[in-house]
Design a protein around this ligand. Structure first.
Ligand SMILES: [Zn+2]
Ligand SMILES: [Zn+2]
Length: 428
């Protein structure tokens, strides 16, 4: 493979505390560093990154790719194409497929399909329990052999505390984290939005924030008991942020993740009865949004991820009560975070990029999210000043369920390089 030079960009690599204008060299699909490889005078290919930010390839550790079983919503090929368009070089995909990703061969299928698609890296996440039914542990060891990098029953909680305890113990031996969809189902049954003033006004059944908080607390103390590691997916409540902050201070193996919709939107948006604002956990209140922003700022929430959840139009366009939860995320991830975290001054560029690169890599234990010499050359080039308008009709996803259509944004991925191969390039 030839040499590739990212010339004169602002290279920000939080894994090395590096932030300055530099040349970045890549050879044979791996990072060389900030000087050319020995004996090389000129690069085979040069990307002029003047005025751009050069970052380790972005990681989205919370993605629903839907294949196998729901190819009408998304496939591994279309989902990873959307990732590349959004500057994402690695996705971790959730196991709530049909059948469930709960065996070694199921994990191998995902890895194989991702290789066939040839877009970006895909790291499968295995189910904690067989068929995500919460009754019996899945083949966790076999799943790791098949390529699984973590475990979750996302879409649903692991209901039994006893099974969660055993999962944490087993995952500790495997060196993996359990990813937690925190929800006490008795409290959310029949709910379609956050429980609060707005749900009362609208006459819709609500899901109280404590349904999330209680489960976060349970899994946090189970992680403490077992010495295992849990990662709280899509934190949406002020109470949840507080608990994770306490857990980290106590030295518990816990980390937390925020999705753009949970720090951008509140339950007030539900007044339009647009199903693109329906998700689980639901959009909450201004107080929760402010707590999530504070948690991102002080490091309590170390990961940004999207919970990319495609649904074919005929499903999402059903009446509000019946429509499925979730929205697209991969192509709006970076611009929403730049516009609403960097521009208002909540986070600096290195702080934000850490939550999209080295931090999720650490949760998953993968060798990505860094520009250290010798690592796979996954690189995202970002135009930090680009002004544009989100257009769902231009999406590479199979689905169109986004509440952000027509939103003006700042910041855009202009080149996506995976393993040294240029997969997307708007630099010319
Ligand atoms: Zn979930
Ligand atoms: Zn999810």
């Amino acid at each position: 493979m030839p040499t590739l030079l990212f010339r004169h960009g602002r290279v920000i690599d939080p894994s090395q505390d590096f932030d300055r204008v530099a040349d970045l060299w890549v050879k044979d699909g791996t990072v060389v560093g900030f000087a050319p490889p020995p004996g090389v005078a000129a690069a085979d290919r040069t990307l002029d990154c003047t005025g751009m930010i050069v970052s380790p390839g972005l990681i989205d550790m919370h993605v629903h790719l839907r294949e196998p079983g729901r190819e009408e919503d998304e496939t591994i090929a279309t989902g990873t194409a959307a990732a590349v368009a959004g500057g994402v070089t690695s996705v971790a995909c959730m196991p709530n497929t049909e059948p469930t990703l709960d065996t070694r061969s199921a994990a191998e299928f995902v890895v194989l399909q991702a290789r066939r698609a040839g877009n970006c890296n895909v790291f499968p996440i295995g189910a904690v329990t067989k068929n995500r039914e919460g009754k019996e542990l899945a083949e966790l060891g076999g799943l790791v052999e098949g390529g699984a990098v973590a475990f979750t029953d996302d879409g649903a909680p692991v209901y039994s505390a006893e099974i969660m305890r055993r999962a944490l113990e087993y995952c500790k031996m495997l060196g993996k984290a359990v990813l937690v969809h925190a929800e006490i189902l008795e409290l959310t049954q029949g709910g379609v939005m956050n429980e609060g003033v707005v749900s009362v006004h609208l006459g819709l059944r609500g899901m109280p924030g404590v349904a999330e908080d209680i489960m976060i607390y349970r899994d946090m103390v189970l992680a403490e008991l077992t010495g295992g590691r849990c990662h709280i997916l899509h934190v949406s409540t002020a109470g949840g942020v507080d608990l994770i902050r306490q857990g980290i201070a106590r030295g518990i193996g816990i980390s937390g993740e925020a999705c753009p919709h949970h720090f951008l939107l509140t339950d007030e948006t539900l007044r339009a009865f647009d199903t693109n604002f329906k998700m689980s956990p639901p959009l909450r209140t201004r107080r929760d949004v402010d707590a999530i922003l504070a948690g991102l700022k002080d490091g309590t929430l170390s990961v940004l991820a999207t919970d990319h959840a495609p649904h074919a139009p005929e499903k999402k366009e059903r009446e509000f009560d019946l429509a499925p939860n979730g929205i697209l995320g991969l192509e709006t991830f970076l611009p929403l975070c730049v516009t609403h975290l960097i521009e208002p001054g909540h986070l600096t560029w290195p702080q934000m990029l850490a939550k999209m690169t080295v931090n999720p890599a650490a949760v998953l234990g993968i060798d990505r999210g860094t520009l250290k010499p010798g690592r796979p050359a996954d690189v995202t080039v970002i135009d930090p000043k680009a002004k544009w308008v989100i257009d769902k009709t231009a999406s590479k996803s199979k689905s169109r369920n986004t509440p952000f259509h027509g939103w003006p944004v700042t910041g855009r991925a202009v080149a996506t390089v995976v393993g040294g191969q240029v997969k997307m390039n708007l630099l010319g």
